[in-house]
Design a protein around this ligand. Structure first.
Ligand code: FES
Length: 163
Protein backbone atom coordinates (compact mmCIF):
# COMPACT_ATOMS: atom_id res chain seq x y z
CA UNK A 1 0.00 0.00 0.00
CA UNK A 2 1.51 3.37 -0.95
CA UNK A 3 2.06 6.32 1.33
CA UNK A 4 -0.17 9.22 0.31
CA UNK A 5 2.10 12.24 0.31
CA UNK A 6 0.55 15.61 -0.47
CA UNK A 7 -2.29 13.74 -2.13
CA UNK A 8 -0.08 11.59 -4.37
CA UNK A 9 0.73 7.87 -3.91
CA UNK A 10 4.37 6.95 -3.28
CA UNK A 11 5.25 3.27 -3.11
CA UNK A 12 7.86 2.21 -0.58
CA UNK A 13 10.20 -0.60 -1.53
CA UNK A 14 13.46 0.26 0.19
CA UNK A 15 15.34 -0.74 3.31
CA UNK A 16 12.68 -1.09 6.03
CA UNK A 17 14.98 0.85 8.37
CA UNK A 18 14.59 3.99 6.21
CA UNK A 19 13.25 6.92 8.18
CA UNK A 20 10.29 8.82 6.83
CA UNK A 21 12.59 11.86 6.63
CA UNK A 22 15.12 10.11 4.41
CA UNK A 23 12.33 8.62 2.28
CA UNK A 24 10.79 12.06 1.71
CA UNK A 25 14.07 13.77 0.87
CA UNK A 26 15.93 11.03 -0.99
CA UNK A 27 13.25 8.92 -2.64
CA UNK A 28 10.39 11.39 -3.12
CA UNK A 29 12.57 14.44 -3.87
CA UNK A 30 10.59 16.43 -1.31
CA UNK A 31 13.51 18.34 0.13
CA UNK A 32 11.43 21.04 1.81
CA UNK A 33 11.43 18.85 4.91
CA UNK A 34 14.81 19.49 6.55
CA UNK A 35 17.22 17.30 8.44
CA UNK A 36 18.71 19.07 11.43
CA UNK A 37 19.64 16.78 14.28
CA UNK A 38 18.19 13.49 12.94
CA UNK A 39 17.44 12.62 16.58
CA UNK A 40 14.10 14.23 17.43
CA UNK A 41 15.64 17.28 19.06
CA UNK A 42 15.14 20.19 16.65
CA UNK A 43 11.80 19.85 14.83
CA UNK A 44 13.24 20.78 11.42
CA UNK A 45 11.76 17.57 9.99
CA UNK A 46 8.19 18.12 11.22
CA UNK A 47 5.47 16.87 8.87
CA UNK A 48 1.80 16.12 9.34
CA UNK A 49 0.58 12.54 9.38
CA UNK A 50 -3.18 12.27 9.20
CA UNK A 51 -3.22 15.86 10.44
CA UNK A 52 -0.96 15.33 13.45
CA UNK A 53 2.57 16.68 13.60
CA UNK A 54 5.45 14.29 13.94
CA UNK A 55 9.22 14.36 13.63
CA UNK A 56 9.87 12.50 10.39
CA UNK A 57 13.36 11.51 11.57
CA UNK A 58 11.88 9.45 14.41
CA UNK A 59 9.55 7.24 12.44
CA UNK A 60 10.03 4.72 9.67
CA UNK A 61 8.56 5.23 6.22
CA UNK A 62 7.27 1.68 6.10
CA UNK A 63 5.11 2.33 9.17
CA UNK A 64 3.08 4.89 7.25
CA UNK A 65 1.88 2.94 4.26
CA UNK A 66 -1.69 4.09 3.67
CA UNK A 67 -1.28 7.18 5.84
CA UNK A 68 -1.87 10.69 4.55
CA UNK A 69 1.30 12.75 4.91
CA UNK A 70 1.55 16.48 4.35
CA UNK A 71 4.90 18.19 3.90
CA UNK A 72 5.59 21.87 3.42
CA UNK A 73 5.23 21.33 -0.35
CA UNK A 74 1.66 20.16 0.28
CA UNK A 75 0.69 23.16 2.37
CA UNK A 76 1.41 25.84 -0.17
CA UNK A 77 3.63 27.08 -2.96
CA UNK A 78 5.42 30.36 -3.77
CA UNK A 79 2.47 31.39 -5.95
CA UNK A 80 -0.24 30.05 -3.66
CA UNK A 81 0.99 30.41 -0.11
CA UNK A 82 -0.69 28.85 2.88
CA UNK A 83 -1.91 31.52 5.35
CA UNK A 84 0.88 30.55 7.76
CA UNK A 85 3.50 30.93 5.03
CA UNK A 86 2.16 34.37 4.13
CA UNK A 87 2.11 35.39 7.79
CA UNK A 88 5.70 34.21 8.29
CA UNK A 89 6.71 36.43 5.34
CA UNK A 90 4.77 39.43 6.70
CA UNK A 91 6.25 39.07 10.19
CA UNK A 92 9.79 38.04 9.20
CA UNK A 93 9.27 34.73 10.98
CA UNK A 94 12.61 33.40 9.78
CA UNK A 95 16.17 34.43 9.20
CA UNK A 96 18.17 31.65 7.52
CA UNK A 97 14.91 29.78 6.82
CA UNK A 98 16.23 26.29 7.55
CA UNK A 99 13.76 25.62 10.36
CA UNK A 100 10.85 27.33 8.59
CA UNK A 101 9.22 24.32 6.87
CA UNK A 102 9.16 22.46 10.18
CA UNK A 103 7.95 25.54 12.03
CA UNK A 104 5.06 26.00 9.60
CA UNK A 105 4.06 22.33 9.55
CA UNK A 106 4.22 22.30 13.34
CA UNK A 107 2.15 25.48 13.58
CA UNK A 108 -0.48 23.96 11.30
CA UNK A 109 -0.56 20.83 13.45
CA UNK A 110 -0.82 22.98 16.57
CA UNK A 111 -3.79 24.88 15.17
CA UNK A 112 -5.48 21.56 14.35
CA UNK A 113 -4.79 20.27 17.87
CA UNK A 114 -6.27 23.42 19.35
CA UNK A 115 -9.34 23.09 17.11
CA UNK A 116 -9.73 19.52 18.35
CA UNK A 117 -9.77 20.87 21.89
CA UNK A 118 -6.51 19.63 23.37
CA UNK A 119 -6.08 20.90 26.94
CA UNK A 120 -3.76 23.79 27.74
CA UNK A 121 -0.06 23.15 28.14
CA UNK A 122 0.48 26.17 30.41
CA UNK A 123 -2.73 26.69 32.41
CA UNK A 124 -5.36 24.50 34.04
CA UNK A 125 -7.73 25.06 31.12
CA UNK A 126 -9.32 21.84 30.05
CA UNK A 127 -10.00 20.49 26.58
CA UNK A 128 -12.13 22.77 24.45
CA UNK A 129 -11.44 25.78 26.65
CA UNK A 130 -7.97 26.80 25.53
CA UNK A 131 -6.95 30.23 24.30
CA UNK A 132 -3.85 30.27 22.12
CA UNK A 133 -2.03 32.99 24.01
CA UNK A 134 1.58 33.80 23.19
CA UNK A 135 2.66 31.62 26.14
CA UNK A 136 0.48 28.76 24.93
CA UNK A 137 1.88 29.07 21.41
CA UNK A 138 5.46 29.20 22.69
CA UNK A 139 4.95 26.07 24.76
CA UNK A 140 3.20 24.17 21.98
CA UNK A 141 5.91 25.18 19.51
CA UNK A 142 8.76 24.40 21.89
CA UNK A 143 9.76 21.32 19.90
CA UNK A 144 10.79 23.50 16.98
CA UNK A 145 14.12 25.24 17.44
CA UNK A 146 15.24 28.34 15.56
CA UNK A 147 18.96 28.88 15.91
CA UNK A 148 18.62 32.40 14.48
CA UNK A 149 16.27 33.30 17.31
CA UNK A 150 13.26 34.50 15.28
CA UNK A 151 10.93 33.24 17.97
CA UNK A 152 9.04 36.45 18.70
CA UNK A 153 8.26 36.96 15.00
CA UNK A 154 7.22 33.32 14.65
CA UNK A 155 4.78 33.73 17.55
CA UNK A 156 3.47 36.95 15.97
CA UNK A 157 2.89 35.18 12.65
CA UNK A 158 1.04 32.29 14.26
CA UNK A 159 -0.98 34.67 16.42
CA UNK A 160 -2.16 36.51 13.32
CA UNK A 161 -3.33 33.29 11.65
CA UNK A 162 -5.10 31.80 14.67
CA UNK A 163 -7.26 34.93 15.02
FE1 FES B 1 14.13 15.45 13.16
FE2 FES B 1 15.80 17.27 14.22
S1 FES B 1 15.86 16.35 12.23
S2 FES B 1 13.93 16.50 15.05
Amino acid sequence: MPLIINGHPFGFAGDPRTSLLDFLRRDCDLTGTKKGCDHGQCGACTVLINGQRINACLTLAIMHEGDSITTIEGLGSPTDMHPLQAAFVRHDGYQCGYCTPGQICSAQGMLEEAALGWPSFVTDDLAGDVTLTADEIRERMSGNLCRCGAYSNIVDAITEVKE
